[in-house]
Design a protein around this ligand. Structure first.
Ligand code: NAD
Length: 481
């Protein structure tokens, strides 16, 4: 792959960058360069915000359209994305090492499904109601679009996480500046082409790949009305602080260290639960924010659970992300591999027992591979149980009874995902309700467009997805008539 772009998508046109700086994405499986794109600077961000502002302020423009008319355009965009499925799969998986089998499900079909879900909501959207006042008279309550949205996304699920923001923003009549992460820029150009083909009015969607300085400039730009961020907790805190000073609405989807609670009645037959377990614990090479990477096992079945997870992790084929048989590809960057390897070393130092993995797979000299790794005898207060590793590393922690399992699950700075594994779904749901987390599954986990997704504690603020997420892209105006 050698894809070269020399423009940004701003104001509905392909616009030359302000400087000659470039980003060179690299294939995570082979370390080969994949092409180049311009790197956005503050001047490029300024132009993109100006285009979004003008589109937002146009009195007969996008924000003023009937929601049903916006829905039609959103469905055209979903079709244009679907027509580019193969391109999205190929580009995302080369850049960040996501196995193509995962990318096909989650980086093309899933984003267009989210868009169609929000197009459906837009059709039913009521943007104003008039009600009798308590003191008499009548009152109109309007839900106006919040305005210009800064959407900042990470590299792990670049298209899905862009769509978590783009779809509700389009449904409500907002305009956006999207800043993709420098590691995943090539897929953003496919999205820009789809936006152009779908006939979304000029300036509604602007895309500027750039690094964190340009991102920080975008967050604080005076013409931005709302910030939607997904990424690390450290960056989320910096962005939250900036938005706090500006009193600017912000949603933050941050890191996680969720618990996979295995109850004493759980079915551990990998033939039956392997697929669900994969999605909930090791999806995308462990580079998924909601994964249950702390496996909580009942003491009386501890050995059995450790053996099952060990066999499961060891059975997953590791290889080039482009190979359809690959379940675990490389990590996205050399820095990411260093981070994961430093946690594996820390786990050993802390006295945890390695039951599989722990090193680099044989025969894969190029690419940033790490073997799927399981640690047993892990203390929940240790670094590998408390800090987000963001790689294919699981820690199995013993518990005494249900209360102890809930206590350990909640003994975390994070609260994003989680799962309960049990033969009794009602018992699983009762335990799930006691876990302090934004989302949790019983015997399965996949963020569904129909329901809110997001975290508590250091995992973030606010929710994306579901009809509930529309409110983050609207502001309420009351008119006393
Ligand atoms: P990151 O925070 O370094 O970068 C994310 C994005 O923010 C990138 O586009 C980056 O350029 C930009 N950025 C970084 N600092 C910024 C700043 N101060 N101002 C403005 N923009 C800034 O994270 P990453 O390494 O790209 O992604 C991995 C992290 O993301 C993990 O911690 C993971 O848990 C988290 N994540 C969370 C979710 C979720 O929904 N909760 C989803 C995916 C990833």
């Amino acid at each position: 792959m050698d894809l070269r772009y020399d423009t940004f998508f701003i104001g509905g046109a392909w616009v030359r960058p302000a400087t000659g700086r470039t980003i060179t994405p690299v294939d995570a499986s082979t370390e080969a360069p994949l092409g180049s794109v311009p790197e956005g600077t503050e001047a490029d961000i300024d132009r993109a915000v100006a285009a979004a502002r003008a589109a937002s302020d146009d009195p007969s423009g996008w924000a003023a359209w009937e929601p049903a008319r916006r829905a039609e355009v959103m469905e055209r965009l979903a079709d244009a994305i679907d027509r580019r499925s193969d391109g999205f799969v190929e580009r995302v998986s080369a850049q960040n090492g996501m196995p193509v089998a995962v990318a096909r499900q989650l980086e093309t079909g899933y984003p267009s499904a989210i868009l169609r879900f929000y197009a459906g909501l837009a059709r039913e959207l009521s943007v104003s109601d008039t009600r009798p006042g308590f003191f008499g008279g009548s009152i109109e309550v309007r839900k106006a679009p919040v305005g210009v949205v800064a959407a900042i996304v990470p590299w792990n699920f670049p298209q899905a996480l862009t769509m978590f923001k783009l779809a509700p923003a389009l449904a409500t009549g907002c305009t956006l500046v999207i800043k993709p992460s420098p590691e995943t820029v090539l897929d953003a150009y496919l999205l820009a082409e789809a936006v152009a083909e779908a006939g979304i009015p000029a300036g509604v969607v602007n895309i500027v790949p750039a690094g964190r300085e340009a991102g920080a400039h975008l967050v604080s730009h005076p013409d931005v009305d709302k910030v939607a961020f997904t990424g690390s907790t450290a960056a989320g805190r910096a962005i939250g602080e900036a938005c706090g000073r500006l009193l600017r609405p912000v949603t933050l989807e941050l890191g996680g260290k969720s618990a996979a609670i295995v109850l004493d009645d759980a079915d551990l037959d990998l033939g039956r639960i392997g697929e669900g377990l994969f999605g909930a614990t090791l999806l995308n090479n462990g580079q998924t924010c909601f994964l249950g990477t702390r496996v909580l096992a009942p003491r009386r079945r501890y050995t059995e659970v450790v053996d099952a997870f060990t066999a499961f992790a060891a059975s997953l084929p590791v290889g080039d992300a482009a190979d359809p048989a690959t379940r675990i590809g490389p990590l996205a960057t050399p820095r990411q591999r260093e981070r994961v390897e430093s946690y594996i070393a820390k786990g050993l130092d802390e006295g945890a027992r390695l039951t599989t993995g722990g090193g680099r797979p044989a025969g894969l000299e190029r690419g940033w591979f790490v073997q799927p790794t399981v640690f047993a005898d892990v203390d929940n207060r240790s670094a590998i149980a408390q800090e987000e590793i963001f790689g294919p590393v699981l820690a199995v922690i013993a518990y005494d009874d249900e209360d102890d399992a809930v206590r350990i699950a909640n003994d975390s700075d994070f609260g994003l995902g989680g799962t309960v594994w049990t033969a009794d779904p009602a018992r699983g749901a009762a335990i799930a309700r006691r876990v302090r987390t934004g989302t949790i599954g019983v015997n399965r986990y996949i963020p569904d467009p129909a329901a809110p997704f997001g975290g508590v504690k250091s995992s973030g603020l606010g929710r994306e997805l579901g009809p509930e997420a529309l409110a983050a892209y609207q502001q309420t105006q009351t008119i006393y008539l």
